[in-house]
Write a new protein. Structure first.
Length: 294
């Protein structure tokens, strides 16, 4: 039995959440083309008969220009200190840039074993992959360099096989059937938040969040009461859309994934509120960081 904790570190939009979902085999982290979509440190758990790997999905590290960016970077940096192995994830389909070098400089400050993961190789030829490996190998003394495609799930099994050689522990930290340490309500709220990001494109900032207020359980269905919380009335109008068109789309797409998650029919009661309506609910303001971003 081998086990351990592995942190995925990289700049925004390199595919960290997609990779965790591919390895774990279920959706535990939301995926969006918007940078810094991951706002919370999420643990995805891989299990087989002889292995348990706890993957820590972190917000993308970047040079911050606002309070939210600084908050996300702190979360990513903190995760480095509490893991056994670091996966430095890069998008191999684009040129090595300042963002990747910035992340690597922070990684160099640790004394953890670091593996380089070249993601999105499905966009490259064999020769281009070899060129990328050569380009990166002299930047740092990586323990391993693993090219893969998280989206296509190419070489993901090889990543697990390689990681197993470096796992230091010999116990299971979670149950054999666990896929995440997050609560069911958290996963449900993240599904809805993902749909908001994907459907509103660049119109809605990252401080939007979602709270599951109540879940009614019936024999063959769930009724989920959820609130999308935004900063101001103008964003509320965007999320609702003309004659409720946007909130309807968000609800339809959310229900599809919620039914996959819960395994039953889902009735979704979805409303939008501004953060001002939640001033008296300090637990929500603290948990989702509105105090930090105002």
């Amino acid at each position: 039995m081998k086990s351990g904790f592995v942190s995925l570190i990289g700049r925004p939009n390199v595919g960290k959440s997609t990779l965790i979902n591919a390895v774990v085999g279920s959706k535990v982290a939301i995926v969006s083309n918007k940078p810094q979509t991951t706002r919370n440190v999420i643990q995805g758990i891989y299990n087989d008969e002889s292995t348990q790997i706890v993957f820590v999905d972190t917000p993308g590290i970047h040079k911050p220009n606002h309070k939210l960016g600084k908050y996300l970077n702190r979360q990513a940096y903190d995760s480095i200190n509490d893991v056994d192995i670091i996966l430095f994830l890069v998008d191999a389909s684009v040129e090595l840039g300042k963002g990747d070098k910035f992340v690597l400089e922070r990684i160099k400050e640790t004394n953890k074993p670091v593996m380089l993961v070249l993601n999105k190789i499905d966009k490259l030829s064999h020769e281009q992959i070899l060129k990328k490996i050569i380009e990166y190998k002299d930047l740092y003394d990586f323990k391993e360099i693993i090219p893969l495609s998280a989206l296509k799930k190419n070489n993901v099994k090889e990543l697990v096989k390689t990681l197993r050689k470096y796992l230091p522990d010999e116990i299971r930290y979670y149950g054999e059937n666990d896929t995440t340490n997050r609560s069911l309500e958290f996963m449900m709220s993240e599904i809805i938040r993902e749909k908001v990001f994907n459907l509103t494109d660049q119109e809605v900032p990252h401080s939007i969040t979602c709270v599951i207020e109540e879940v009614e359980v019936a024999k063959t269905s769930f009724t989920v009461h959820a609130v999308i919380i935004v900063e101001r009335d103008s964003l509320k109008r965007i999320v609702i859309g003309s004659k409720g068109s946007m909130i309807k789309k968000i609800g339809i797409q959310s229900r599809i994934d919620l039914e996959k998650l819960l395994g039953k029919k889902v009735y979704l009661d979805l409303v939008v509120r501004t953060v001002k309506k939640w001033r008296d609910k300090e637990e929500y303001l603290d948990e989702f960081g509105f105090h930090d971003f105002e």
